[in-house]
Design a binder for this molecule. Structure first.
Ligand SMILES: Nc1nc2c(ncn2[C@@H]2O[C@H](COP(=O)(O)OP(=O)(O)OP(=O)(O)O)[C@@H](O)[C@H]2O)c(=O)[nH]1
Ligand SMILES: [Mg+2]
Length: 250
């Protein structure tokens, strides 16, 4: 529904990387992103002053790859959703990005899949592309049966109430045209922002395309979601509340 973007070599892509204690993962992740890039590509790391010194690693990388790697170190603000939104604002406002992508930084989402998401926008006519675990060809090999089952239930609940145009509402691996991001800001604290974002983008008429991806276990460091049933149930409440709010309160 939008004006076409310019030729691939002129399209500016920014990948926003929200980090909290990802010291061992961040360098291979950035290397993987840069090696696979099909367009001019910049990485913006939004780090919430990680105690493990992730920001120091990124600061050194930014020095070596001036312009390609940017560190945003937040000392006051905290939280996943606000970190991604901070990076999006910077990508569009300061670096004139045409497409912004974002993903987890635990190496569970393969960086080599970013070009597949970007191509879906550049060549496939999508406004938003997501890496989807729950579309044919995708999978979640990062988790055991219990979190997989909870994710299945949550996503089927979302499909029932919000529509089957998306099968992985909680993907968190996203590429979007800047125009969409100017109109739809991220809302929420954690991964529930993704449900809200995909639904509201769809309601505005933007085309969301799912690209199958296979997620793998975190390479190093600790999960922020947790590992047992109670962690998942506690984290899951705002996801359910978001689905309910979107369905019944718009
Ligand atoms: N900037 C910032 N990043 C965060 C914060 N909390 C989590 N993250 C990042 O968000 C991403 C997802 O965190 P994970 O620990 O992988 O949690 P998860 O993917 O929900 O849970 P798992 O399924 O266990 O991997 C990672 O890149 C984290 O470093 C935060 O408060 N601030
Ligand atoms: Mg993760």
């Amino acid at each position: 529904m939008n004006a076409p973007l310019s030729a691939v070599e002129q399209v500016q892509v920014c990948t926003v990387l929200p980090t909290y204690n990802e010291r061992a993962n961040i360098t291979p992740l950035i290397d993987g992103i840069m090696q696979g890039a099909i367009t001019p590509h910049r990485v913006l790391v939004v780090d919430d002053d990680s105690p493990d010194g992730t920001w120091q690693v990124v600061e050194a990388l930014a020095g070596q790859r001036a312009g390609q790697v940017v560190l945003i170190r937040r000392r006051e603000a905290k939280g996943l959703t606000s970190a991604i939104q901070h990076g999006i604002d910077e990508a569009i406002g300061s670096y004139d990005a045409d497409i912004v992508t974002w993903m987890d930084c635990d190496l569970s989402m393969p960086p080599e899949d970013i070009p597949r998401l970007v191509r879906a926008i550049l060549e496939g006519g999508a406004d938003v592309a997501i890496g989807s675990r729950w579309t044919p060809g995708g999978d979640d090999k990062a988790h055991g049966w219990m979190p997989r089952t909870l994710s299945w239930i949550l996503n089927h609940w979302a499909m029932l109430l919000l529509g089957r145009q998306v099968h992985d509402y909680t993907s968190g691996f996203v590429a979007a045209r800047a125009e969409v991001l100017r109109r739809v800001r991220l809302q929420g604290d954690y991964g529930e922002y993704c449900i809200d974002f995909l639904y509201r983008a769809g309601q505005l008429g933007y085309r969301v395309q799912e690209i199958p991806v296979i997620c793998v276990p975190r390479a190093s460091g600790e999960s922020k979601t947790g590992v047992d049933l109670w962690d998942y149930l506690a984290k899951g409440r705002p996801y359910l509340a978001t689905i309910w709010r979107l369905r019944f309160h718009g």
